[in-house]
Design a protein around this ligand. Structure first.
Ligand code: ADP
Length: 225
């Protein structure tokens, strides 16, 4: 296994507020990692460290030259973005993706009908799907999805996660962030449960055990498996 990213005793503070406390973890190539925790527990902050947007206040972080592609949860809606979905996707990569490839992904994400729509006309969920496709077209080694289910209709979620699973089987490393345990936690995946610090880091099966034993603590914070 080769490392994608590793953190050692990382602390991150905003002024006096300690958002991340003593985080040590390594993500290996080919893993499917779920990062879970209640709102405000520091998940997005952790991801910002992964992509180099933030630096730790103390501790160290190592990168190993893999290409990470991040689909943020909250996309700032640009009021004046008269460019179409197709144009965004076509120009997502220096090596322009073929139209067949673009059509394939649009179909897969159930937004073929929006191909020629202007980006500033899309809903939050629709534009997140466009950005997921764009991340895939970038041929990244690691796909980071921040609360992707929030953009998806209930009936499409299952299909979406099956698709992510398929990409994972093809070799893509997945980092999936969620506060909702009913979303996308698959057998065989790794679960990191955090609330500023890491509370649990292990397999999905061990997590279910842990979840049963810490039911009262978790109750009300995050949903059930
Ligand atoms: P999560 O993704 O788990 O909901 P975040 O990482 O977004 O959590 O936020 C963790 C905490 O850090 C929250 O209390 C949030 O208010 C705080 N925070 C996030 N960004 C900033 C910032 N730029 N300045 C100050 N506090 C911040």
């Amino acid at each position: 296994m080769s490392k994608v990213i590793s953190l050692e005793n990382v602390f991150l503070k905003y002024y006096d507020n300690c958002i991340l406390k003593d985080i040590s973890l390594t993500i290996e190539k080919g893993e499917y990692v779920n990062i879970i925790g209640p709102n405000g527990s520091g998940k997005t902050t952790l991801i910002k460290l992964f992509i180099g947007d933030l630096k730790p206040t103390s501790g160290s972080i190592n990168f190993y030259n893999y290409k990470l592609s991040y689909v943020p949860q909250h996309l700032h809606k640009k009021k004046n973005m008269p460019i179409t979905v197709y144009e965004v996707l076509k120009h997502s990569n220096k090596v322009k993706p073929s139209d067949e490839y673009i059509d394939y992904y649009l179909e897969l994400m159930h937004i073929s009908n929006l191909k020629h729509s202007k980006m500033d006309r899309l809903s939050g969920g629709e534009s997140q799907r466009v950005y997921i496709i764009r991340a895939l077209l970038l041929n990244a080694d690691v796909l980071i999805l921040d609360e992707p289910a929030s953009a998806l209709d209930q009936e499409f979620r299952h299909e979406f996660y099956d698709f992510i699973e398929k990409l994972h089987k093809e070799g893509l490393t997945i980092i999936h962030v969620t506060h909702d345990l009913s979303d996308g936690l698959r057998r065989g995946s790794r679960v990191i449960h955090m609330d500023s610090k890491i509370l649990f880091d292990g397999s999905f099966d061990d997590f279910q055990n842990y979840h049963q034993h810490h039911h009262d603590e978790l109750e009300g914070k995050i949903y059930h498996v």
